[in-house]
Design a protein around this ligand. Structure first.
Ligand code: SR1
Ligand code: MG
Length: 417
């Protein structure tokens, strides 16, 4: 039966699993249990024993940060299923799943105690030059291998179908990310009245509304692959390992509870949107250089890895039904055109979803802490205003802004305004 676990409850659950108890070592009484809950939804604990550590995540029957907002428990089951689906393809770019308890909705994964959350690391002034590349590689592999580009459509549909039932968290995304910020709603809130004009402008602009409508439709009707679904900089862990610039620094993508079938550009856009918010939150030339470098690295890596996986699958005769080898495989220039067409759609989706992510994280329910870096309220409002203007421009003119190059140029201009 479900109950919310405290430290002793967690020790008992772990002690009942011989493999986990052996991993921790020593008697359960010697295990240190530390709560590290940071996200909006779940309880998270790190448990350390004489031999090693594990991480325990438990769903609550409500939103963690709002006990009045009741919620079913199944989100850790979706996260476990997501890990099982993508881990064979992404390896150590995510965590190993060690145990899932379907009654307690407890998920046990490797402990990442040498790592920090990328968002927090960036806020402390760290630089992980390879992290954006790693996230690009992760999205390329996780999405390619769960799509009908890599699989016969029957297998792809069977794989995706259970995630189409991730109704609770998909509803959160539909409402909080793609709808609320464009209407007057009690869940919306923002820092100060200085943002009232831009908030009203975004709500009223017909070009913005048209583009957001198109993105909502993409999100719900374009089931290209299995998405992570919440790929912000808080869902990425980077190793500290002493020297942050070491080439061996590890990047792990965590928190796949929002997994759903959807357009690949959604995962890309959430990551890029959160990188861009960090740039605006800092507002200095050094951050501009590093963050725009990371956006470019993310996209270049994603694009290169995705097209390589696709081309290699065709060459090996293992490609799925969405790339009929007879149609493209024997004509390299046709294949290149087909790849360019799909990648253009993903890139344009990425830019659009990055913009909606910026808007919802400043005007919607769930904000990001990056803007707390500003020295005072006036600076914070100024920087948020600039980020919102970028997002508005990206949404209002998708034909001119739907590429990474255009996004980088526009972000530079708005950041310097
Ligand atoms: C009520 S949940 C709010 C947000 O937190 C999660 O991390 C997702 O980003 C969601 O939109
Ligand atoms: Mg999360």
């Amino acid at each position: 039966a479900y109950r919310t676990l405290d430290a002793d409850g967690i020790r008992a659950v772990l002690a009942a699993q011989p493999a986990l108890a052996a991993r921790l070592g020593g008697p359960p009484g010697a295990w240190r249990v530390r709560e590290v809950s940071d996200g909006n939804l779940n309880n998270v604990f790190l448990i350390g024993g004489p031999a090693g550590g594990v991480c325990v995540k438990q769903s609550l029957p409500h939103v963690r940060v709002d006990p009045d907002w009741k919620m079913p428990l199944d989100r850790t089951a979706f996260e476990a299923a997501y890990l099982r689906a993508v881990r064979p393809h992404v390896g150590d770019l995510t965590t190993d799943i060690l145990h899932f308890d379907p009654d307690l909705f407890v998920l046990v994964v490797e402990s990442l105690d040498r790592h920090v959350v990328l968002r927090h690391g960036l806020m402390q002034g760290g630089d992980w030059p390879d992290a954006a590349r790693a996230v690009g590689a992760f999205v390329a592999r996780a999405c390619f291998h769960t799509s009908p580009l890599a699989l016969p459509f029957e297998r792809a549909f069977d794989l995706l179908e259970p995630f189409a039932r991730n109704h609770t968290l998909t509803r959160i995304t539909v409402d909080l990310v793609l709808t609320d910020p464009y209407r007057v709603h009690p869940r919306n809130h923002w820092l100060s009245p200085e943002l009232d004009p831009i908030a009203a402008e975004i709500r009223a602009d017909p070009a913005v509304r048209r583009r957001v409508g198109a993105l909502q439709a993409r999100f719900l009707t374009c089931r290209q692959a299995l998405l992570h679904g919440d790929l912000h900089t808080g869902s990425v862990m980077v190793s500290t390992g002493g020297n942050q610039a070491e080439t061996q620094a590890e990047t792990r993508i965590i928190d796949g509870e929002f997994a759903l079938p959807g357009p690949i550009g959604f995962d890309c856009g959430l990551f890029v949107g959160n990188l861009l918010m960090h740039l605006f939150a800092r507002g200095d030339a050094d951050a501009e250089t590093r963050i725009l470098r990371d956006v470019a690295r993310f996209w270049t890596t994603f694009r290169t890895d995705f097209t390589t996986l696709w081309r290699d699958a065709i060459a090996a005769g293992t490609a799925g039904d969405a790339v009929p080898a007879d149609l493209f495989g024997h004509d390299p220039s046709l294949l290149r055109q087909a790849q360019d067409d799909l990648l253009r759609d993903i890139e344009s989706d990425m830019v659009g979803f990055a913009a909606t992510e910026i808007i919802r994280r400043i005007l919607g329910y769930a904000h990001v802490p990056d803007f707390d870096l500003a020295p005072d309220r006036a600076h914070r409002a100024h920087r948020q205003n600039a980020a919102l203007r970028l997002a508005r421009d990206l949404l209002a003119d998708p034909d001119r802004t739907g590429t990474t190059d255009a996004l980088l140029a526009l972000a530079r201009r708005h950041a310097q305004a």
